[in-house]
Design a protein around this ligand. Structure first.
Ligand code: AGP
Length: 609
């Protein structure tokens, strides 16, 4: 969480002040946290400004446009240690104000370091863990070290996770950096270099990127990129620079009021690109699954829901049992893991710390790892034996949409190919399923066209409610869970999903007149049972909404608000049905006057445990 950006540009590289460039970059990073904003720029002197609040609200107060210089950094915060106020905002400085630091991550041993530094006479101003870093560098420099030496020693002293940027008035042309777990990427430009938490921050200026690895540190200046490994010395990075094919407009709103709405509408394209990009890595993955003794799937949040769809398809179509689990709970399986096991890690960002830890711990036990991610070269795919990429393009809205549907597409195709390899599917069954998947982008387009208005109306109807259920059976259950998560996270309406059969074992106690209940019915063996569940809810006064197959006349008749879905297998339907649920959540949020792109207390990428 937290977004950081550094720009080393010399004088006159841009037609506007460096402060404006930093502000634009922070705008692209705000999805990572928006509790406070700050920047530091070195020009005639070092200027440091910061304040609590979102970028748009505090930009005037911080006067970005009025500040120029030749190196600078910015930070947008998701608070961990210390409340989101002006003082705890980054960057943080040492006692002299000559060294400033922006940080993403957590310094776990900050209390002992702080105590030690206070004894040495250092004065702390904030409650943050980060503030120990500039003081440590100051302390080490006072013993004769250069800034780089002091940073190296600091990195060895810190425990936890970090992406750090440092400005030091003693070396005013450089931005020093260090990375461990939290992402940090260098953008290599012409006479200007960038360093940021994510690529969209500098994509407008350069598409040449260098993803830093754990344990790397160094500095960038206007014309230099120097990287070393904390233990192994200088690193030759010339062959690690990649060209990114995302365009800057992909990371902008393109006329939509919110990124989330744009990203919902981008799903046909994201799915098409992902499906067209399916390659032999999926066959390789299927073989790894066949060779494995036990198969596990680790993920968080929305990615976990995609994992559950994958689990269902693997079992139903390929006869392969997999154990999906919420990544932060990885320890429960560790004692049972060995080199014959396989972990599939699903993470759109590829940086979620819980999933990354599960990957590392499973690898530590000898297990092999397949990663499904949307971000090339991010930590999780990098740590895996086989990375498989969704091709959804950058997703900025905090609520995952197009990355979910593309993850599901990958996991479905993987299950189809495994089914074919294990003989559970005939060639023609495989081809039918695959062909249907290639039609899904078109179906998603038509569902959006046909139902966006209805979803808007439903969003309006849901505005005053406080609680809602999402019920389904079979592969619909993870889709229902995803619908409930979307509503909860961006509209703050309490929403829970259950297997419809489970609703009678407790949840039904909450049903009273008007209680909204969303049913998802697929063309599968559960249709009759779902009809029964609708009747039970209606008998208790629930307001029943449903996404149901267009020819399920009995269900359509009974529901208060049916939306008729096209003829699909439950597998393809698990992608298509989620789209109206995303739209309903989006419009409920907008109706409530909220910002769906920046839900309170959340950040796009969770890089703290
Ligand atoms: C999704 O809408 C959420 N904001 C969140 O649950 C997210 O899916 C989760 O943090 C996992 O992220 P990842 O896919 O980047 O690992």
């Amino acid at each position: 969480m937290c977004g950081i950006i550094g720009v080393a540009c010399g004088r006159g590289a841009f037609s506007k002040p460096l402060g404006s460039i930093i502000k634009e970059a922070l705008k692209q990073l705000e999805y990572r946290g928006y509790d406070s904003v700050g920047y530091a720029v070195i020009g005639e002197s070092l200027i440091l400004r910061k304040a609590a609040g979102k970028l748009d609200d505090v930009a005037g107060k911080l006067n970005f446009e009025g500040v120029d210089g030749f190196v600078g950094m910015g930070h947008t915060r998701w608070a961990t240690h210390g409340s989101p106020n002006d003082i705890n905002a980054h960057p943080h400085s040492d006692c002299t104000g000559r060294i400033v630091v922006a940080h993403n991550g957590i310094v776990q041993n900050y209390l002992e370091l702080k105590e030690w530094l206070i004894k040495k006479g250092h004065i702390f101003r904030s409650e943050t863990d980060t503030e120990v870093i500039p003081h440590l560098i100051e302390e080490l420099k006072s013993r004769g070290m250069t800034t780089l030496d002091a940073l190296r020693r600091t990195v060895k002293t810190l425990r936890g996770t970090f992406a750090i940027l440092v400005l030091d008035l003693d070396e005013p042309n450089k931005i020093f950096f260090a990375r461990y777990v939290s992402p940090l990427i260098i953008g290599v430009g012409e006479g200007v270099n960038f360093i940021a938490s994510d690529i969209p921050a500098f994509l407008k200026h350069t598409n040449r990127v260098l993803v830093l690895k754990d344990g790397e540190l160094g500095y960038v200046s206007q014309k230099t990129v120097y990287v070393e490994h904390v233990e192994r010395g200088v690193v030759d990075v010339s062959r690690r620079i990649r060209i990114i094919d995302w365009t800057p407009s992909m990371a902008m709103k393109g006329g939509y009021p919110h990124f989330m709405l744009k990203e919902i509408h981008e799903q046909p394209m994201a799915l098409r690109t992902t499906i067209n990009g399916f390659d032999e890595s999926l066959d390789k993955a299927a073989e790894m699954i066949m060779e494995a003794n036990n198969v596990f799937i680790a993920a968080c949040g929305t990615s976990y829901h995609a994992a559950l769809v994958g689990e269902y398809a693997l079992a139903k179509l390929a006869g392969r049992l997999a154990h999906p689990f919420i990544a932060s709970e990885y320890t429960k399986y560790l004692n049972a893991i060995d080199e014959n096991d396989l972990l599939i890690a699903v993470s759109q960002s590829g940086e979620t710390i819980d999933t990354l830890m599960a990957v590392r711990k499973f690898k530590g036990r000898g297990a092999r790892v397949i990663a499904v991610s949307n971000v090339v070269d991010s930590a999780i795919p990098r740590d895996s034996d086989l990375p498989i990429y969704t091709k959804a393009g950058p997703e900025i809205g905090v609520a995952a949409t197009k990355t979910f549907t593309t993850q599901v597409a990958v996991l479905l195709e993987l299950s189809y190919r495994l089914g074919l390899k294990t003989g559970r599917l005939t060639k023609s069954e495989y081809l039918d399923l695959h062909r249907e998947l290639t039609m899904v982008p078109k179906v998603v387009s038509s569902v959006i066209r046909r139902y966006e208005g209805h979803c808007k109306e439903l969003g309006r109807r849901l505005k005053p409610i406080t609680s809602m259920y999402y019920l389904s059976r079979g592969v619909g259950v993870p889709v229902a869970m995803e619908g409930a998560l979307k509503l909860k996270e961006i509209s703050y309406i309490h929403a829970e999903a259950y297997p419809a059969g489970e609703s009678k074992h407790g949840p039904i106690a909450l049903i009273e007149r008007g209680f909204p209940t969303m049913f998802l019915a697929f063309r599968d063996e559960y249709m009759e049972a779902i009809l029964g569940n609708v009747m039970e809810m209606k008998a208790r006064g629930a307001y029943t909404i449903g996404l149901v197959p267009e020819d399920s006349s009995k269900l359509i008749e009974k529901l208060d608000y049916p939306l008729k879905m096209p003829y699909l297998t439950p597998y393809a339907a698990s992608i298509v049905y989620v789209v109206p649920l995303q739209l309903i959540a989006y419009y409920a949020s907008v109706e409530r006057g909220l910002d769906p792109d920046k839900p309170r207390n959340l950040a796009k990428t969770v890089t703290v445990e």
